[in-house]
Design a protein around this ligand. Structure first.
Ligand SMILES: Cc1cc2nc3c(=O)[nH]c(=O)nc-3n(C[C@H](O)[C@H](O)[C@H](O)COP(=O)(O)OP(=O)(O)OC[C@H]3O[C@@H](n4cnc5c(N)ncnc54)[C@H](O)[C@@H]3O)c2cc1C
Length: 385
């Protein structure tokens, strides 16, 4: 008997094929290398390229740009499988987010220039919104773009940037113009190459997601060609962020569901084997009741996430639903990690036990992509208060 239901309305044979490919590829290629990636603090570029060759990063990208031409549910399928393999440190989610910004707002020339390399894994992308002085309150960002002829000059800094030390391409949110208003925010594509004036900090030491590199970026008069602006004019950045953030938030909910399934499967295998008081931990009523509670939460989350994925495919996913998927999904993920670690006893506290890494990786899910408190504010907007 399967542990979880698998009845999503949006799933086709193609989704089944990509899920199977991803599962096998992660088991053979990612899981065995993850301890080394965690030690070095980043994922090898070769792994990105291998994932590209498997077609994992182009499911929802038009064929013209190197993808398979499917819809968002193909990205969701891969995101679920990454987390369900226990390897959330491969933060492909950020690559997917950047691809969709370019698809949504880029010119044909921009799409042709950047998307094929991101789909193949030859290039790695980052998105830089957060600054040392502001994260949740994006309207207050201070990084600045000043136009000088055919290029902008970028000044400021960004922090907590996923793939910051390895990215070839970074979407930077900065204000063009002299006011402090959100309608002056623009998004520009920074090609890191040998960009003068760009400095990257050392990789941050984090509580979890240790195989994913995170750092601070400093911009000191960095020139960026005017044709690297995303969108037809300056000042569209805040609108563009608001358009794309719902998908990012649902994607975090999808990852939460994958991590929950992984953690529950690992825990069930453990309590079947471990003995206490002459019986298996599984035979204790508390263990079975806990697992029943957690499985119920997982199944309810699955139904909602699947509904949100179907809405994303139809283009009707709204900000409140995406915020609920992120808030409820990541909170449930943390609860599951907490309870499952408890069922492992002291072994759960040892880093070589998979549930320990799940516990550590889960925590940040309630913070990034918009803190869960911010999600609640967004949900409130859908209520007639
Ligand atoms: C591992 C990691 C990776 C990240 N990757 C990226 C990335 O790739 N790109 C990027 O731009 N950013 C990234 N971030 C940054 C992340 O998005 C921010 O940390 C997050 O948005 C919160 O901002 P902050 O840390 O400045 O917290 P603050 O804005 O200072 O908020 C602190 C806390 O205050 C509370 N709070 C904030 N606002 C409200 C509110 N309106 N109502 C009630 N309570 C509130 C919440 O509890 C919140 O956690 C990453 C962060 C981490 C830790």
């Amino acid at each position: 008997m399967k542990l979880f239901t698998d009845t999503a309305s949006w799933k086709t044979d193609e989704h089944g094929l990509i899920a199977e490919t991803a599962r096998k590829f992660f088991a053979d290629t990612l899981t065995p290398e993850m301890p080394r990636y965690i030690k070095q603090g980043f994922i090898d570029r070769e792994f990105w390229q291998q994932a590209g060759a498997q077609g994992l990063m182009g499911g929802s990208v038009p064929v013209a740009y190197g993808g398979a031409g499917g819809d968002m549910s193909f990205d969701a399928t891969v995101l679920y499988e990454i987390a369900a393999s226990g390897n959330a440190s491969w933060t492909y989610i950020v690559q997917g987010i950047v691809i969709h910004y370019i698809l949504a707002f880029g010119t044909k020339a921009q799409k042709q220039r950047w998307i094929p390399g991101l789909v193949s894994g030859d290039a790695v992308a980052a998105i830089a919104m957060t600054e040392p002085g502001c994260g949740s309150d994006l309207q207050s960002i201070r990084s600045r773009l000043t136009r000088q002829g055919d290029h902008y000059v970028l000044n400021g800094s960004k922090t907590f940037i996923t793939h910051g030390t390895t990215a070839d391409l970074v979407i930077v949110a900065a204000k063009a113009g002299n006011s402090e208003r959100s309608k002056d925010i623009s998004l520009v594509m920074l090609e890191t190459g040998d960009a003068p004036g760009l400095r990257r900090s050392e990789r941050f030491e984090k509580l979890g997601l240790m195989g994913s590199d995170t750092c601070e970026l400093f911009f000191d008069d960095v020139p960026i060609p005017v044709e690297n602006l995303l969108g037809e004019r300056e000042g569209l950045g805040f609108y563009q962020l608001m358009q794309q953030l719902p998908w990012e938030r649902l994607a975090l909910g999808v990852g939460a569901l994958g991590a929950i399934d992984f953690t529950l499967e690992e825990t069930i295998a453990y309590v079947r084997e471990r003995k206490a008081f002459g019986q298996r931990l599984m035979d204790l009523q508390n263990t079975r009741f806990k697992l029943a509670e957690l499985k119920t939460k997982a199944e309810m989350l699955r139904a909602f996430i699947n509904d949100c994925i179907a809405r994303a495919d139809l283009g009707t996913l709204d900000s409140a639903a995406a915020s609920m998927a992120k808030y409820w999904g990541t909170e449930t993920q943390n609860l599951v990690a907490h309870e499952c670690l408890q069922l492992h006893g002291g072994y759960g506290y040892m880093m070589e036990t998979p549930v320990a890494r799940q516990y550590a990786d889960a925590r940040v899910q309630m913070i990034y992509g918009g803190a869960n408190e911010v999600m609640k504010e967004l949900i409130c907007k859908s209520i007639d208060l």
